[in-house]
Design a binder for this molecule. Structure first.
Ligand code: PMP
Length: 395
């Protein structure tokens, strides 16, 4: 009996992580998430944050957040369907719908939550989910919550997607094609025009998780749909409010019908308290800021292009990245973690990403360039990559 409570079955698994060289403690950040930070007591250049536009510690957002607290308090006090739906939640959704150029938006407490709640609510037994094999974990988990059948298509492989659609079209009521807009581990952009065309040909619905495209691609960061000019042709577009927007939360943009249904069957809305006013106030300010200037997105892209060019000139493999997400692919798991550790010792924090987050043997340090980095910081980071790369003979 008592053995069970010692969690020996977990200790064995933890030992396996140690043997594989991938066991770690959670890093501790002292202060705000910025381009240069104190992490685990050491000053380092931060190349691992989703804070694409530098909004996470932006003075205007902080001011808006404080003002929202003064007026609305620190908590929403209930789920949205009872009495946690404040006028600022509604204001935020209207603003996001305008920003995304869609009919309506429903906001959730996180991007993860939004995927879990939406996929479950819009599919059921008799439907089929067709998902890109590299889709984010929250899509995979969301799909597990529904009784719909599921299948995957090879990453961005349109021939395979078409074959799956052709084979299954007549066997199911609805087919929902799900893809990330920008793939979070490789930084490549989904071939959305082709996916949408196939969806239209086979009368399937489309669902795009644009967590890494929103605030990054398209006019003033309107996202991957805007980048390709596909407004009105994608049924569900997911965005997060925790990455480029710098705060917390997630949303789905689409039709009035979608929103109406989610307000009745989106389980995270029904059973989990809504976003706190401090977050909502800051997000509204962030979206207004994005809509008023391209200054932040312009700087993000300038920095991303600069860094990517320098790092690939050194001879590192950055895969198929077409966005600020810059994977530096090292390979074997232990080697990748060691590379990341040495970078840290030399003054750059880039987390090592290994199996099961990415396929075995494709371990990488995933560099996230932001609008907040200075050229001097990026130059210093590149120098450190060069030094460590040569020392470890991975260059
Ligand atoms: N989708 C994708 C593609 C993501 O990368 C993430 C964040 N890692 C999420 C959803 C979840 O978003 P959030 O952090 O807002 O829960």
């Amino acid at each position: 009996m008592s053995n069970v409570h010692e969690l020996n079955f977990l200790k064995e698994k933890i030992q396996e992580l140690k043997n594989d060289g991938v066991h770690r403690k959670l890093p501790i950040l002292e202060g705000a998430n910025e381009a240069e930070v104190i992490l685990n007591g050491k000053k380092v250049i931060n190349l691992s944050s989703n804070n694409y536009l530098g909004f996470a510690n932006h003075p205007k957002l902080k001011k808006a957040s404080v003002e929202a607290i003064e007026k609305y308090g620190v908590g929403a006090g209930a789920v949205r369907t009872i009495i946690g739906n404040m006028d600022i939640h509604e204001e935020l959704e209207d603003l996001l719908a305008q920003f995304k150029r869609e009919e309506a938006v429903m906001v959730f407490q996180s991007g993860f939550n939004c995927n879990a709640g939406t996929i479950q609510a819009v599919t059921e037994k008799g439907d089929l989910i067709v998902s890109d094999e590299l889709n984010h974990a929250s899509i995979i988990d969301g799909a597990r919550l529904t009784k719909a059948d599921k299948t995957v298509f090879k990453h961005a492989d349109m021939n395979h997607l078409e074959a799956v659609l052709k084979e299954n079209r007549d066997k199911y009521r609805n087919i929902l094609i799900i893809t990330d807009g920008v793939f979070s581990m490789d930084g490549d952009i989904a071939p959305l025009p082709e996916i949408v065309a196939l969806a239209e040909k086979y009368s399937a619905m489309t669902y795009v998780d644009d967590a890494h495209g929103s605030g990054v691609l398209g006019e003033s960061g309107r996202g991957t749909i805007d980048h390709f000019g596909l407004h009105g042709r994608v049924d569900f577009t997911i965005g997060t409010l925790s990455k480029a927007i710098g705060v917390i939360g997630g949303y789905v943009a689409g039709s009035h019908t979608m929103k109406d249904w989610l307000s009745h069957r989106g389980r995270p809305l029904l059973f989990s308290t809504s976003l706190p006013p401090a977050a909502v106030g800051a997000i509204i300010e962030a979206v207004k800021l994005l809509m008023s200037t391209t200054e932040y997105t312009d700087r993000l892209w300038e920095n991303a292009k600069y860094f990517k060019q320098k790092i690939s000139q050194l001879g590192f493999n950055i895969g198929k990245s077409a966005t600020p997400i810059t994977p530096v692919i090292i390979g074997e798991e232990g080697l990748t973690m060691e590379f990341s550790k040495k970078l840290f010792e030399n003054g750059v924090f880039v987390s090592g990403i290994v199996f099961p987050t990415v396929p075995k043997g494709t371990g990488r340090t995933r560099c996230m360039v932001t609008a907040g980095h200075t050229k001097e910081q990026l130059d210093r980071a590149v120098e450190i990559f060069k030094k460590v790369g040569e020392e470890m003979k991975v260059l």
